[in-house]
Write a protein that binds this ligand. Structure first.
Ligand code: TMP
Length: 210
């Protein structure tokens, strides 16, 4: 099958269902015969996974906002250079669980860093690539946090930040969706899993066939 490269990103607050849905999309595209890889941020390379551990574990205020921004950027630059760029060069479909919009929503909108500064750091970390399609999962943060903390993992550094932080993330994502209507689709994270995956597949196939 001939195909063009595509970078699809899954975004949203905690417990919004994006990881489940990115896995479903990956499985379905693979079954249909597409060359597809699934990766995540922070992470995706050995180096970036080490940075991930620092960022997502431990006490929620242990790192300053600016250090956090730069650590996410360092992890991303490695991931983009070693994995994403190479896959796109090979005309693969790349599904990435979180990407630059997470940095804008979390470190920018919620962390109160200057949004232009965050955009500039994002630009430096990704170079000339950019997402073609972004699904933004929307959920009431109170419900999302409850879901996420029920998952029994130790990566709870962000989940443990106060509810105002998570409300700002949600508002930030809505701004991002509004500013980028050509690539962003907002998905209601509370509706039925199958209904969501059907819609995501439909929109992805439309993008592939564009
Ligand atoms: P996860 O929820 O997808 O496992 O992501 C790990 C955490 O890292 C999540 O709480 C959101 C946070 N994060 C940021 O704050 N900024 C970023 O740029 C990325 C990629 C993730």
């Amino acid at each position: 099958m001939t195909q063009n490269s595509l970078l699809i990103t899954f975004e949203g607050g905690e417990g919004s269902g994006k990881t489940t849905q990115s896995q479903i999309l990956y499985n379905t595209l693979k079954e249909k015969g597409f060359e597809v890889i699934k990766t995540r941020e922070p992470g995706g390379t050995k180096f970036a996974e080490i940075i991930r551990e620092i960022l997502v574990q431990g006490e929620s205020n242990k790192i300053s906002n600016i250090s956090e921004l730069l650590l996410f950027a360092a992890a991303r630059a490695d991931h983009v250079q070693k994995v994403i760029k190479e896959c796109l060069k090979d005309n693969k479909i790349v599904i990435c669980d979180r990407f630059t919009d997470s940095t804008l929503a979390y470190q920018g909108y919620a962390g109160n860093l200057d949004l232009d500064l965050v955009k500039e750091v994002n630009r430096i970390s990704i170079g000339e690539i950019s997402p073609d399609l972004t699904f933004i999962f929307d959920i009431d943060p109170t419900l999302g946090i409850e879901r996420a903390l029920g998952e029994n993992n130790k990566e709870t550094r962000f989940e443990e930040k106060d509810i105002m932080y998570h409300k700002k993330i949600r508002d930030g994502y809505m701004d991002i969706a509004r500013d980028n209507p050509d690539r962003c689709v907002v998905i209601n994270g509370t509706i039925d899993i199958e209904q969501i995956s059907k819609k995501i597949l439909e929109l992805t196939l439309d993008k592939i066939n564009e």
